[in-house]
Design a binder for this molecule. Sequence first.
Ligand code: NAI
Length: 412
Amino acid sequence: MSKLSLSKEKIKVVLLEGVHPLAEELFRKDGYNNVHYLKDSPEPEALKELLSDAHILGIRSRTFLTDEILSACDKLMAIGTFCIGTNQINLEVAKKQGIPVFNAPFSNTRSVAELVLAEIIFLMRGIPQKNAAAHRGEWQKTASNSYEIRNKKLGIVGFGHIGSQLGVLAESMGMQVYFYDIENKLPMGNAKDLESLEQLLSEVDVLSLHVPSTPETHNMIGKKQLQKMKPNSYLINAARGDVVVIEDLIDALESGHIQGAALDVFPEEPGSNQEPFTSEVKNFDQVIITPHIGGSTQEAQVNIANEVANKLIKYSNNGSTSSAVNFPQVSLPELVEGRSRIMHIHENKPGVLEKVNHVFSALGMNISALHLQTEGEIGYVILDVNGTDVDDLKNNLEQIDGTVRVRILHGS
Ligand code: NAI
């Protein structure tokens, strides 16, 4: 256990945008009772006011933490995004202010894999067309172009967290799984690792994309790649909208070369549920369209709340920054009773550490454990010392040119 130099009751935790209530529960359970939970995100001026004395902030994707907002957050020590993305935050500014940002990159991956598995079954049975026809009053009772997924070949592009889970699920239903990844990936189950995307395209009955959006994956599946796919095959994109050239997919659907598709992501998506969705794919009954909800399940929300709240609590309680997206990463052991932990965030420039060492030796203090990590312009050094009388130490460290922030914990 450790005790913060600033008591938990005094640490102001602000949770915005109605993050899952479990997050608040976890903070309170750990002794953080000064929690402000808001259903929405205030306008910039009110936000600045709210955050002016906040220590920990949790947001989702609609709170934009600009340079201006962050500059008004003097006391802020950590930010958690209760979602996957972090581009709503000026990460560089946060880093320079000594604020690590945590997110939940993999909490919803199972949800995506499950949706895709269902889509494979629906596409291969021609359900989207039959469903659309029935809604119009047509009865299409036929077995033509309707297949089981057993023994069919699934191709996965990007065998990461989602791709590999999908592979395991699909194999358990009797599919033969093939994948292509730019990295060397351990094949799960009987999945076969192919050497090129081209090989994969011509081999499989269903192709599912699970790559990030990068310059290499931008327009990765266009006319040339679609032509290489087997006639009457299917395409699923639950990755990012810019991975597929939509116009080329439409041509392939019109010609029947691609028999059906499932799209969860689009090059242009409405900014909110109030805006209309416009896309030419709406004209095709054989396309399953979902509004970027691959990862949107209750279970994923709970996982996200758990992951992000625990990362914030851990950072506050013991200084660990493992998996922070903008910060030097350190995984720290529990602080031993009778010791103090000094966490010094500084500009990563020559001479700072020497001055830190000098402060300790001038006060005759012996360092029992030391951890150091740097990332770009920021350095994070953690020093455990015997004893709990460290006020002078803190004051002297704060005087060092290049110091961004000093925090103290006491082992108890
Ligand atoms: P991940 O990072 O675990 O896996 C991505 C894999 O793609 C890695 O193995 C990587 O080596 C591989 N890769 C990268 N560039 C490649 C290339 N040019 N060719 C072949 N392989 C390449 O990511 P994760 O969590 O599996 O997510 C995959 C995608 O799913 C991401 O784009 C993510 O944004 C998207 N996603 C979509 C959601 C939705 O709601 N539809 C929810 C969650 C994630």
